[in-house]
Design a protein around this ligand. Structure first.
Ligand code: PEP
Ligand code: MG
Length: 861
């Protein structure tokens, strides 16, 4: 074999060596991933590490493009790099290996003469197999013959070979090309053209490749993998690709080439000694040890878990290639953490390597990636994770199902606060209407409940308790569905699941992230369970406790309704007295769980009519409970109805006009503060006024709340601190932040309502046309999902600037759903906000994104 396969350091033909378009891969050759592709670059790294890599010539993107256009490079100069008798293979080298490329072609150079010398060397049968394999792939890929041309040939070996050659000649009217240069040109041209084909283009663009992505090719001397002594080929990686745990995995097949060892039904060997069967370590211990050492070196120097493609030739290991081990989110995290723990990459780099969105897959159960999916419909993925259960159509049925211990999925047109208890009892929620910030979505994320909203392609017959899939299948109460809230797919039946992975590796990565982060992360938590989740995910306090959900408990709802029906302020106050102890207990529990961390409690926000029954039977029951004529109840419900309740009597407007509710809540908060502070760390509650649009609203509410605080302090003979702040969720509050801030310890931007009001777009109805809007490019993204930096972001900026000008110490934050979205956190951080607050299950995503922002800004990114 003349100079032998590893003569890369002694280039022949300076013309090739110095040509940036057709270059022999040597340690110093001009090879880069963005000119020659990832594979060529990786091979150069392996050559630099002195690994046993066969001699390789890399063709640049430009050279390949020219080949596609008919300009052949100097083939003689390329061939001069290899021994005259060497067989070659050509493999694709796109910039990002994930973008794919045409399949490799092996054994170029095989012809009648080579067949004879190889027969002497490795035996006629083995040589015939190589030749046959080449004829076959040349016929299909270069001569573009139909695969069925060879259908009738049932023999292999020497006889098969002559039949293949004859079939080739019959079909093409030409003898099979014998010249290695001609063969190589044919292969290069077919691969270059395949890259330009429409389906290849669409496939790679779907994986994020730019329209003009280039293809490089590498021409490598073949190490046959067949012949005398121990010969074969295989792949090896040092981890289990599903989990990322250290474990040698892969396969080896004696007397084979390429990826034969991974084929189905082949008698491949394990790599390391294995109880289940023979291994490469058994048959060629030295080769195995050498291979393992090379793989470890590759991991260390390439700073990545690599899949090593190798050939054993007469007991000697050759490394053909290394590719990044394909991985899911779980393995990705473990790989990054282990590389950092082994000192191969710094922890900051491990943090940077994880896509924050991928954490969702780790924090929740998922449909197993290999499971079959019977997809009924796809809609808005409103809360990640997957769950299987029997469908139910009412909150009451959900509670009954939970009581029987049967997991259920709550199917509703849309949900309202009355459904919250049913949601608690369910394992997942599916709604016909709504968008990413509609009620079901917000509560679903808060509870960590998989949720799909806006499934309008399904028919929700909630009265008949039937759900029709677009393909005509009908599901009734008790039928089993699976909600995949990560992908937005509604699935029939029960696919296999993968459990959440909040292991040591996750905790380590999060610890590293926290060390870098420069914006605080709090959680939106309404219940003790939410607060506990927030703590488990190491949120730095509660940024938004929505208090209204506390009143939907059946024991409280009737009292609430009684309050709504009270005729006078004193009558209202008397009824509210009964709610006070319950509300105080709610807060004591939250304060205790949060152990002295800040808890921001938002005063009552929704319109009161949400607490009144909508059905006739509900109204009759209420009349009975309150001892009133039904007509009174009907009149009251009618009188309270509004054309546009989200813009009506709610939030601070209620606080100003029906102040007894806020008085009661303030008292409950302050009394709970004193009670919780007795046993633990002192509590400094934060009280937040929602939906403010004018300074005077804040003044009026503040006066009353300060009064209640003074009363509680006097009654209990004990002083305490509290912070009163404003929720900025109307455009006017942003614009007038300079007047509002002097009365506020903090301004917390409620970007859900702020987005709704800035766009004049109902957050509960946006789902109907949002996908059309995004598809048509009217909006880049759903603005309820990713904060609109241009419009809503500008209001945030104005509000922050004006607020700070008037009150430099004012704490600034976002507590809308955007608080958990990486792109939106970037906006908040750039504006210098103190914290973002998001659903408890999004806290880790927010922690990681915030850390990545801090690291990239340190790096000047
Ligand atoms: C908001 O409007 O951004 C907010 C957090 O409040 P809610 O979602 O309860 O209206
Ligand atoms: Mg709001």
């Amino acid at each position: 074999m003349g100079a032998g396969p590893y003569a890369a350091g002694k280039p022949k033909g300076a013309a090739v060596q110095n040509n940036p378009h057709t270059t022999l891969i040597t340690p110093k050759a001009p090879v880069a991933a963005n000119t020659h592709g990832g594979r060529a670059k990786c091979l150069q790294r392996l050559v630099r590490l002195d690994m046993p890599v066969p001699r390789t010539v890399a063709l640049s993107f430009d050279a390949v493009q020219r080949i596609a256009e008919g300009q052949v490079p100097d083939i003689a100069a390329i061939l001069e790099q290899f021994d005259a008798e060497a067989l070659l293979c050509v493999r694709p080298s796109s910039e990002d290996p994930d973008w794919g490329g045409p399949g490799a072609v092996l054994n170029i150079g095989m012809n009648d003469a080579r067949y004879l010398d190889r027969s002497a060397d490795m035996g006629a049968e083995a040589a015939a197999a190589l030749y046959l394999r080449f004829v076959q792939s040349y016929a299909l890929h270069v001569a573009r013959l139909d695969p069925d041309v060879f259908d009738d040939i049932e023999t292999d070996g020497r006889e098969g070979l002559s039949l293949y050659l004859r079939a080739y000649e019959d079909e093409t009217d030409e003898v099979f090309p014998q010249d290695r240069g001609e063969q190589l040109i044919g292969v290069l041209r077919s691969m270059a053209r395949a890259w330009d084909g429409t389906s290849a283009r669409l496939l790679r663009q779907a994986k994020g490749a730019p329209a003009d992505a280039g293809l490089g090719l590498v021409i490598q001397e073949m190490i046959p993998g067949v012949g005398q002594g121990e010969c074969g080929s295989g792949v090896l990686q040092l981890i289990d690709p599903a989990t990322g745990m250290p474990q040698i995995t892969g396969r080896y097949l004696s007397q084979s080439q390429g990826r034969d060892a991974l084929g189905e039904g082949v008698a491949a060997l394990y790599l390391e000694k294995d109880e289940r069967g023979p291994s490469l370590e058994d048959v060629a211990p030295e080769a195995f040890a050498d291979l393992k050492a090379n793989a470890a070196l590759m991991r260390e120097k390439l700073r990545e878990e690599m899949q090593v493609e190798f050939v054993v030739q007469n007991g000697q290991v050759h490394i053909l290639d290394g590719v990044r081990v394909p991985r899911g989110s779980r393995a990705g995290m473990r790989i990054a953490v282990r590389l950092a723990e082994d000192g191969i990459i710094p922890p900051q780099e491990a943090v940077m390597r994880i896509d924050p969105h991928s954490l969702n897959e780790l924090l929740h159960r998922q449909v197993h990636p290999d499971a079959e999916r019977d997809v009924l419909a796809t809609a808005i993925a409103a809360s990640p994770g997957a769950a299987t259960g029997r469908i139910v159509f009412t909150a009451a049925e959900a509670q009954a199902s939970a009581a029987r211990g049967e997991p259920c999925i709550l199917v509703r047109r849309e949900t309202s606060p009355e459904d919250v208890r049913g949601m608690h009892a369910s394992v997942a929620v599916l709604t016909e209407k709504g968008g990413i910030t509609s009620h079901a979505a917000v509560i679903g994320r808060g509870l960590g409940l998989p949720c799909i909203v806006g499934a309008s392609e399904m028919r929700f017959q909630t009265k008949k308790k039937l759900l029709n899939a677009p393909d005509g299948r009908v599901f009734k109460t008790g039928d089993i569905l699976t909600i995949d809230g990560t992908s937005g797919q509604v699935l029939a039946g029960q696919p296999e699941m993968l459990e959440a992975a909040l292991d040591d590796c996750f905790q380590t990565l999060m610890g590293w992230a926290d060390a870098e982060r420069d914006i605080a992360i709090r959680a939106n938590a309404d219940t003790p369970a939410d607060a506990q989740t927030a703590r488990n995910f190491q949120a730095e306090g509660i940024g938004l406790c929505r208090t209204e959900h506390m009143f939907f408990d059946p024991g409280r709802l009737t009292v609430m309704r009684e309050m709504i029906f009270a005729q006078t302020p004193s009558g209202r106050a008397a009824v509210l007295e009964r709610l006070l102890p319950m509300q105080r207990q709610d807060f004591v529990q939250l304060f205790r769980i949060m152990e002295g961390q800040p808890v921001c409690i938002r005063l009552f926000d929704p319109p009161l009519h949400e607490f009144l029954p909508t059905t006739r039977s509900g109204q009759r029951e209420l009349a009975e409970a309150l001892d009133l004529p039904v007509s009174d109840v009907e009149r009251r419900v009618e009188a309270m109805s509004e054309y546009n309740p989200m813009l009506g009597l709610r939030g601070v407007r209620l606080g100003v006009t029906v102040p007894e509710i806020y008085d009661m809540q303030a008292r409950a908060i302050f009394e709970a503060t004193l009670e919780a502070s007795k046993e633990g760390a002192p509590v400094v509650p934060e009280v937040m006024i929602p939906l403010v649009s004018a300074k005077r609203e804040v003044e009026l509410v503040k006066t009353r709340i300060d009064t209640v605080a003074a009363e509680v302090a006097t009654e209990q003979g004990q002083e305490f601190d509290y912070r009163l702040g404003v929720m900025v969720e109307t455009p006017r509050a942003c614009l007038r932040a300079n007047e509002i801030a002097p009365h506020s310890a903090f301004l917390s931007f409620g970007t859900n309502d702020l987005t709704q009001m800035t766009y004049g777009l109902s957050r509960d109805d946006a789902g109907r046309f949002m996908s059309a809007y995004v598809n048509l490019g009217v909006f880049n993204e759903d603005p309820f999902h990713v904060l609109d930096g241009d419009g809503v972001g500008e209001l945030l900026k104005l509000g922050a600037e004006r607020g700070r000008e008037a009150q430099p110490d004012v704490t600034l934050s976002v507590c809308g759903e955007h608080g958990g979205n990486p792109e939106s956190i970037a906006i908040c951080r750039a504006l210098g906000f103190d914290y973002v607050s998001c659903s408890p299950f999004r806290v880790p995503v927010a922690r990681l994104s915030a850390a990545q922002l801090a690291i990239s800004s340190k790096l000047g990114g």
